[in-house]
Design a protein around this ligand. Structure first.
Ligand SMILES: *Cc1c(COP(=O)(O)O)cnc(C)c1O
Length: 462
């Protein structure tokens, strides 16, 4: 084995290989050396572990430059590659929630007036330009933006309730994917959670009885990703807000989705809008920027000046404030909302796509795939908003059924670009509502390649 190990070339000799000398110009000498070490170390391990018979060692050594190139290629690849979302879930947490408009503002690649008051020439506030937009869109007196909705809630509770009690219904102690648990965020903010009512039923009197001299606020959290059905009760927000106000307390609502519209317009169910919650008496409403607002990751707080304005002055705000990327992208999306140009926001463009248009796309892609020998057929599907919004509600959609099964499903994910499909009754189904129109050609090529690499016309389930 020692003799075999000695046949592994030294890194400096490997570097003399023409292909690797060329790689130095594009990857840099240090990185290529690091890759050489990684490749030779791996070969050394295979020999020491007895995985490689001694007669195969010379061939493995000869293959080292190619191995190094593979390592370098892997290191150079983007960590977050574009994928085709064919799941039909519009706000897909694993796939970056709401996709952003395809034309990011040019100011992102330049200097920008982030904290400059152009008119006066003095120092400006980075949030000031967005505040007005958010206030007008939500019908609010004041607005603040931070990194995400968890941060928004942390800031609200830290600023308004640290060391005091916040009353929440037991039916609303939610956990959202990605380790957001309401009781944990409350504990981290230093307030005391006072649970009232039961999982399925909480009454106004439950809240009323829990109010003490130590109470700082009443909090209502959107159920988000689940529904309680059957024998249920929750007091209306207006009654809860009235109760809070009679004790001089703020009514806080974690709305979650950031919905601005009547979703029945798109064939979905009733979801309260931010403005309707404020109109019903909520003093502070927080929500995510990358759910139904269709923008970048952000947490937005809107509401009454008395409660919201102090948030921007709290020391935690400095730690939670958004970066220029999020601010510029949010501004772009808010301007589209403001002027009713919803088609410029990918989430709403996808929502508005008529089923007939999706069926036409499916027919076009299906025709070309069948010509290439892939048995693809159009099929009606159901898409969903996702992201913890409107659970159990789906909207009519259309896509392609490929037959296939787990192997084709995996081959699609491992392809270039990765295609994330779903499996229904052992058949791979692609929902076109969440496939961005510019991805149709790439999708078609990826399906054909995955079909070939997974063994072609395998019966379902294999
Ligand atoms: C999504 C959601 C959150 C978490 O928001 P992030 O922006 O992911 O931090 C909190 N509360 C509710 C009700 C939500 O729907």
């Amino acid at each position: 084995m020692q003799a075999a190990l000695r046949r592994i070339p030294a890194v400096h000799r490997l570097l003399d290989h023409p292909a690797l000398r060329e790689a130095v110009t594009s990857h840099g000498r240090e990185t290529v050396m690091e890759a050489c070490r990684a490749a030779t170390d791996q070969l050394r391990r295979r020999i020491s572990d007895g995985q490689l018979p001694s007669e195969a060692v010379d061939r493995a050594c000869a293959a080292l430059p190619a191995e190094v190139l593979v390592v370098l290629d892997g290191w150079a690849r983007p960590a977050y590659p574009e994928v085709v979302n064919a799941t039909g879930v519009l706000i897909h947490t694993n796939l970056g929630r709401a996709p952003l408009p395809g034309d990011p503002p040019r100011s992102l690649a330049s200097y920008l007036a982030l904290e400059l008051d152009i008119a006066g020439g003095g120092r400006g506030q980075r949030l000031a330009p967005l505040r007005g937009r958010l206030e007008r869109l939500c019908g609010a007196e004041s607005a603040v933006m931070v990194n995400n909705n968890a941060a928004a809630l942390l800031l609200i509770l830290s600023a308004l309730a640290r060391g005091r009690e916040v009353i929440v219904s037991r039916g609303q102690l939610i956990e959202i994917g990605g380790s957001f648990r309401l009781p944990d965020v409350m504990a981290a903010s230093g307030c005391r959670l006072v649970e009232v009512g039961c999982t399925n039923r909480t009454h106004l009197e439950d809240y009323q009885r829990a109010i003490t001299g130590d109470t700082a606020a009443i909090l209502s959290a959107h159920h988000s990703n689940f529904r309680i059905v059957g024998f249920t009760a929750e007091p209306p927000l207006s009654a809860l807000a009235e109760l809070a106000h009679s004790f001089g307390l703020p009514m806080i609502v974690d709305q979650g989705s950031g919905n601005l519209y009547d979703l029945r317009h798109w064939g979905l169910g009733d979801e309260p809008t931010v403005a309707s919650l404020l109109a019903a008496g909520a003093d502070v409403v927080c929500f995510s920027g990358d759910k139904l607002l269709g923008g970048p990751q952000a947490g937005i707080v809107v509401g009454r000046r008395q409660w919201v304005e102090p948030l921007g002055a709290h020391p935690l705000y400095r730690a939670l404030r958004p970066d220029k990327t999020a601010l510029v992208l949010m501004d772009q999306v808010l301007r589209a909302h403001q002027s009713g140009r919803l088609h410029e926001i990918p989430l709403y463009a996808m929502l508005a796509e008529p089923v007939e248009a999706l069926a036409r796309r499916a027919r076009r892609i299906g025709r070309r795939l069948r010509a290439a020998g892939v048995p693809a057929s159009g099929c009606a599907t159901r898409a969903a908003l996702g992201g913890g919004t409107t659970p159990e509600q789906t909207l009519a959609s259309y896509g392609l059924s490929l037959g296939g099964g787990q192997r084709l499903f995996d081959a699609l994910r491992l392809g270039e670009p990765p295609v994330i499909a779903r499996i229904e009754d052992d058949a791979v189904v692609l929902d076109l509502r969440t496939v961005l129109p510019h991805q149709d050609r790439a999708l078609e090529a990826a399906i054909a390649a995955a079909y070939r690499s997974s063994g072609g016309a395998q019966p379902a389930g294999r």
